[in-house]
Design a binder for this molecule. Structure first.
Ligand code: GAR
Length: 213
């Protein structure tokens, strides 16, 4: 069994998609939030999952917060730490500590639109396509070897909210698949590239085209 610790900051719909996927060979060891009132924490607790809060406001600086977070995470001896809507920038020490076992989902087609407000920025830039990326985390924000991406159209009249909803549908497809591929040992990091033994797939979900791998 591969143990997974999931970090969230809010709603936790990506965490729910991973939990609901019931991935063979994976055990959700804990769901941890930096926000005590994160809706996703309540959802996880209701399902009997172990939950914890490490409130960043209780720490003087980023280093102290990350050190406390690492202690709580490491108590579960995870094989994988999953950032599923975790909205804190992590220190280089944290990223190094979990090197090659720290995965993030980001709501853009990286390397475009790192950081925040990705959907509005894609609309403002006149992009016709938006999407999401699952990647291994390195110390540089929203960089690191890409595991999976999904592309969706940007439609005339889209707002950041309508686009976010379309991208989120795709996030819920590629994140559980990426975690399953990690757990089954299908992923191999080769420099900046992730090789995946599983063959590439194209799915159509409504008007969302999901390209994984
Ligand atoms: C998701 O869209 C995720 O990609 C994004 O936050 C949302 C969380 O939703 N993550 C980031 O922006 C990280 N920089 P969720 O809580 O429902 O999974």
């Amino acid at each position: 069994m591969k143990k997974i610790v999931i970090l969230i900051s809010g709603r936790g719909s990506n965490m729910q998609a991973v939990v609901n996927a019931d991935i063979a060979g994976a055990e959700i060891a804990a769901v941890i939030s930096n926000q005590p009132d994160a809706a996703g924490l309540a959802w996880a607790a209701e399902r009997g999952l172990t939950t914890a809060t490490v409130n960043h406001r209780d720490y003087a600086n980023r280093e102290a917060f990350d050190a406390a977070l690492m202690r709580v995470i490491d108590a579960h001896q995870p094989d994988l730490v999953l950032l599923a809507g975790f909205m804190r920038v992590l220190t280089a020490d944290f990223c190094r500590h979990y090197q090659n076992r720290l995965i993030n989902i980001h709501p853009s087609l990286l390397p475009a639109f790192t950081g925040l407000h990705t959907h509005q920025r894609a609309i403002d830039a006149g992009c016709r396509i938006a999407g999401c990326t699952v990647h291994f985390v390195t110390a540089e924000l929203d960089c690191g070897p890409i595991i999976a991406q999904a592309a969706v159209p940007i439609l005339d009249g889209d707002t950041a909210d309508t686009l976010a909803a379309r991208v989120l549908t795709a996030e819920h497809q590629i994140l559980p698949q990426a975690v399953a591929d990690f757990v089954s040992g299908s992923l191999k990091i080769d420099g900046s590239r992730v090789l995946n033994h599983r063959s590439s797939q194209i799915h159509n979900i409504g008007n969302t085209t999901v390209l994984s791998v």
